[in-house]
Design a protein around this ligand. Structure first.
Ligand code: HEM
Length: 503
């Protein structure tokens, strides 16, 4: 009798919840949300592998602003340029990121770091990190030399791999590029560069790769957090905790190393972000409200690695993929850069950005490669009035770049790789088309990518160095595919081989 009563009560609660959730007429339209599962089945049916493609299909059915159920939580996704710009300029769409359940596991259960932090703490930590990194050269012209040195190191690494390979092939994958990008950043963050053969760093990069999977849509407790409590082994929760611990261990090692090296020096002036942060920890010791804590430093360093390791590297992988599929364009870019080099010698990132065909190509790689189509979601920190809708506080907020980068009425032939679409009749960059990519690929609003300048400059410098030093061709029978990328937090091509010749 009691069981029957409980069953009826549960069914009534589910029906009431269903009517309440689906009957809110002030929310944007969208598919049915069923209790517990939300709209997951609909999304899975639309595309089981790539959520950005599933959401793009929802946009076709319901318009450029759609409500759906992310498990038990309500989510709103925008898929047009205009809606994206309008929604994310609102202050209350920028203060918080959605707190996925892995965030508290990784961030010691606290509001730490830059990527996943929220509110005033996010404002303070982001501003302090930016200001301090700038003090050590972040985003300044004196970084140009670091980019050039790192690009030369990348070229040398490719050359030695070429010599080792009996058939002159090179396997293109993110990890080949990631360490070189990291080294530019670490010159400022830690005051040194990593050794390319550093085994600890390699292992750490593998762990970061795992963390990106934990964050990605393959992990069921991202959508259904209760699974990690009820079925920890089935969702690999204990292994995930070990990975977080291993990454923390590596970061702790870097911090201890910095403390030791500084102890050996006679001068006490901090020479890197880590050293200056350690001074701040000492200064603010005992202040309960301070942002300067040891765990804060660990998470900031890990956020910088997480943000930088995969992104630029994924763009570089895509750029080589498109270059081997379009060798005519590869030749054209090479000619453009070499011509400029005749008069100027080695080119800086700023000079490279002034070359129209190279820039147009990079914009087209960003558009078609689309490495972060669904950036880590934000969360509404208040009820939001947007267009005719009211989006309740704590709603998950997403923007989907895929429909924006593939809008037929705007790009005409979005499925074709055609850098020329970014050039006007005078052969100059079309500013409004360029803005549609550069003004979105790093996100929108105050929560925009922290490493925008470094990411962009590294991409230009590394790509130009590869194109001017090597010729890339497909390995017959092993042409890379554009349509089956690795899905994770960022989208990158599957590993593919290329034929490579020195110029
Ligand atoms: C070309 C390469 C890169 C691309 C395309 C890229 C893209 C993005 C995007 C789309 C976001 C989300 C912004 C939003 O919420 O709207 C983001 C955030 C972030 N990125 Fe990047 N990124 C790149 C390189 C980097 C680098 C090199 C770093 C490290 C210095 C970095 C660090 C971060 C951090 C810390 C955040 C979180 C910002 C916040 O929440 O306040 N990124 N990035």
């Amino acid at each position: 009798m009691i069981l029957q009563f409980l069953l009826i009560l549960t069914i009534c609660a589910l029906v009431v919840n269903f009517l309440k959730v689906n009957g809110n007429r002030r929310l944007p339209p969208g598919p049915i949300r069923i209790p517990v599962l939300g709209s997951v089945l609909t999304l899975y049916r639309l595309n089981p592998t790539y959520p950005h493609l599933a959401l793009a299909k929802l946009a076709q059915a319901y318009g450029d602003i759609v409500t759906f159920g992310f498990g038990m939580q309500t989510a709103v996704a925008v898929s047009s340029y205009e809606a994206m710009k309008d929604l994310f300029k609102l202050q209350d769409t920028n203060l918080s990121r959605h707190q996925f359940s892995f965030v508290s596991d990784r961030n010691y259960g606290q509001n730490l770091g830059i990527i996943f932090s929220h509110g005033q703490k996010w404002v303070e930590v982001r501003a302090f990190t930016k200001k301090t990194l700038k003090q050590f050269g972040f985003g300044k012209f004196k970084m140009d030399q670091s980019f050039t040195n790192a690009a030369n190191q990348l070229v040398d690494a490719i050359k030695s791999e070429m010599l080792d390979s009996h058939d002159r092939t090179f396997a293109v994958k993110n990890s080949k590029f990631a360490i070189h990008v990291l080294n530019v950043l670490w010159g400022i963050v830690g005051g040194y560069k990593f050794d390319l053969n550093d085994e600890n760093l390699r292992r750490n990069m593998e762990c970061v790769d795992e963390i990106l999977k934990i964050i990605g849509n393959e992990n069921p407790y991202t959508v259904f957090p209760f699974l990690k409590t009820w079925f920890p082994n089935q969702v690999n929760y204990p292994e995930h905790l070990k990975i977080h611990d291993e990454v923390h261990g590596f970061t702790e090692f870097l911090i201890n190393d910095a403390i030791e090296k500084r102890g050996e020096r006679l001068d006490t002036e901090p020479t890197s972000f880590i050293e200056l942060f350690l001074d701040k920890i000492d200064e603010c010791h005992g202040d309960p409200g301070t942002i300067f804590t040891h765990q804060q430093l660990v998470i900031i360093l890990e956020d910088l690695m997480l943000g930088s390791l995969e992104t630029t590297a994924a763009l570089l992988s895509w750029s080589i993929l498109f270059m081997v599929l379009h060798t005519d364009k590869q030749n054209k870019i090479r000619q453009e850069i070499l011509k400029k080099m005749e008069s100027r010698g080695e080119l800086t990132a700023t000079e490279l950005k002034g070359l129209p065909y190279l820039k147009a190509t990079i914009l087209e790689v960003m558009r078609m490669g689309n490495i972060a189509p669904l950036p880590s979601p934000r969360s509404a920190s208040k009820d939001l009035k947007f267009r005719d809708y009211v989006i309740p506080k704590n709603t998950i907020l997403l923007y989907n770049l895929y429909p924006i980068y593939n809008e037929k009425s705007y790009w005409i032939d979005p499925e074709v790789f055609r850098p020329e679409r970014f050039l006007n009749e005078n052969g100059e960059i079309d500013q409004s088309r360029s803005e549609r990519i550069l003004g979105t690929v790093f996100g929108v609003g105050p929560r925009i990518c922290f490493g925008e300048n470094i990411g962009l400059d590294a991409f230009f410098t590394f790509f130009a160095a590869m194109i001017t030093n090597f010729k890339f061709d497909v390995v017959p029978g092993k042409e890379p595919r554009v349509d089956n990328p690795r899905a994770g937090m960022s989208i990158a091509p599957q590993e593919f081989p290329v034929k490579i010749r020195s110029r």
